[in-house]
Design a protein around this ligand. Sequence first.
Ligand code: GRF
Length: 210
Amino acid sequence: MAPLLARLRVGILGSGSGTNAHALCVNAERDTCAYSVEAVISTSAKAGICNVARRSGVALVILPEGLSREALGEEIVRAIDEFQVEALALAGFMRLLPDKVIHRLEGRVLNIHPALLPDFGGKGMFGLHVHRSVLAAGVLETGATVHIVTDQYDEGAILGQKRLLVCPSVDPEDLQRRMKVVENELYPGVMEQFARSIHAKLPLSTQASF
Ligand code: GRF
């Protein structure tokens, strides 16, 4: 596939351990990738995504902890402007995204969730809470979802999902480990497709399967 003239300039925001940030950065190193990772914006100095930025040679912005929602929004927008970020990929961002950021990048903030939304999403549904709920519900399959971020938890158009069968004997920690592999495959592919849609000025395709 021919390289694009300009890549979509992506920032990664959150305080995750870094597996998705790493997957996004590795994919961006390909010549034909439709996006570049311009900055990692971490809400914690101790988060694993800081090390991903350092290892990948990507600019790292560490935001002060304990900011109000408004102040957090201002800091994130400052980083967006500094690195001319055109789209954000959330990776372990634990709060509602400030409105200021949503308005600045209207429809261009993506998140990955470790379940098949709209099931097992919403306030308090993060990390092992999600996987415990999935196992308690006794469903046969779960999966990961990439969606557009709105001002509500885990809502917004679904851009892609990848499914995972639930083994009967699996525990939440094991399910989380397996899910990370699924997430790390899904996120770069959806970001790639998203970037191409933006370049081609196409309506976003939703519910793509990977
Ligand atoms: C992932 O499980 C993702 O679904 C959730 O935050 C976690 C981040 O993990 N939104 P990692 O830092 O990418 O490993």
